[in-house]
Write a protein that binds this ligand. Structure first.
Ligand code: NAP
Length: 289
């Protein structure tokens, strides 16, 4: 079976290739090869490739950037998703589209399930939610997979790094590292998510799925665990979103419950701290190669 992956140079796109390469014929597609904002080019790409599956990991993930340029955010995250779904409908390819916890407003204090009402608080979240809405309008064989706080051994394309590596770098450079303690999420290891997506490809129950690592923490608690696992003694202090003065509004609580995966008995996402341990071993193994 053939799988076409848009956003193949991104952190999730790369881990999907590691996970799927043994069992599928892969066509990784980078931004240079096809710009998903171009409807004709995107549909032509899919029509010529005739894949059984299309996985869309392509997105503009720069949250502050999206706030400044909503046209670009919607062109990539909303219309890009629509163009891919239209190409999939014509070539009868099944679609897996990746979305985000940022479709929620963060006012809840218990995990959001697939039936919770989305209400984004920033342009990135709104553009991703619009992308989600375009998909069922266009195609009926689709999985929308919402995830959160991704990190993996391949860097996020925009940031050229990930949160774990940023904290390790700051720990070397600074005497004190301050991290917000009032934004709660579930950091998610891309390799574990890629493995879960492969499991999802084995079923034909289309729809929306939440797929994050299990449990939850604040960014401060996540950093404390990173320092503990990396045996770092740099002083770590709590701060708040208000003190940090971020230019973009973000949901204060964006924990997702993998309810649909759990109902099908296929939630293989690890606890967030066990997944972080896997990340460190994955990183060590890569360095040894
Ligand atoms: N990162 C997170 O914490 C997070 C959290 C929740 C959900 N998600 C979702 O998870 C998915 C994967 O995220 P990620 O962190 O792996 O992202 P990433 O590393 O930033 O990769 C995204 C990829 O999309 C490509 N891309 C951007 N604009 C494009 C365009 N117009 N046409 C074609 N390709 C384009 C980028 O290529 P260039 O770099 O060459 O432009 C990049 O390779 C996205 O849907 C994202 O919204 C991410």
């Amino acid at each position: 079976m053939k799988v076409l992956i848009f956003g193949a140079a991104g952190q999730l796109g790369k881990d999907l290739q590691r996970v799927l390469k043994k069992d599928f014929t892969l066509s990784p597609v980078t931004h240079d090869q096809c710009d998903i904002t171009n409807d004709t080019a995107t549909q032509k790409f899919i029509a010529e490739s005739k894949p059984d599956w299309v996985i869309n990991c392509a997105a503009w993930t720069d949250v502050p950037g999206c706030e400044k340029d909503d046209q670009k955010a919607f062109a990539v995250n909303a219309l890009g998703a629509k163009h891919i779904a239209a190409g999939c409908a014509k070539s009868k390819s099944k679609l897996i589209h990746i979305s985000t916890d940022y479709v929620f407003d963060g006012r809840q204090n218990q995990p959001y399930s697939e039936t919770s009402l989305p209400r984004p608080v920033n342009v990135y979240g709104l553009s991703k939610l619009t992308g989600e809405h375009y998909i069922p309008m266009t195609h009926d064989q689709y999985f929308i997979v919402r995830t959160s706080g991704l990190y993996g051994i391949h860097p996020n394309r925009g940031k050229k790094t990930n949160f774990v590596e940023t904290m390790l770098k700051l720990a070397k450079e600074r005497d004190v590292v301050k991290v917000v303690d009032d934004e709660i999420l579930t950091p998610t290891f891309t390799l574990n998510l890629a493995q879960q997506i492969k499991v999802l490809m084995g079923i034909d129950r289309y729809g929306i799925y939440h797929a994050t690592n299990n449990g939850s923490c604040s960014w401060y608690e996540f950093t404390r665990k990173i320092f503990e696992m990396a045996k770092i003694n740099t002083r770590l202090e709590k701060t708040t979103v208000k003190e940090f003065a971020s230019p973009v509004k973000r949901p204060a609580y964006s924990v997702l419950k993998n309810l649909n995966l759990q109902n099908l008995g296929i939630d293989f996402m690890k606890m967030w701290d066990a997944a972080l341990e896997d990340y460190f071993s994955d990183k060590d193994n890569k360095l040894k190669l």
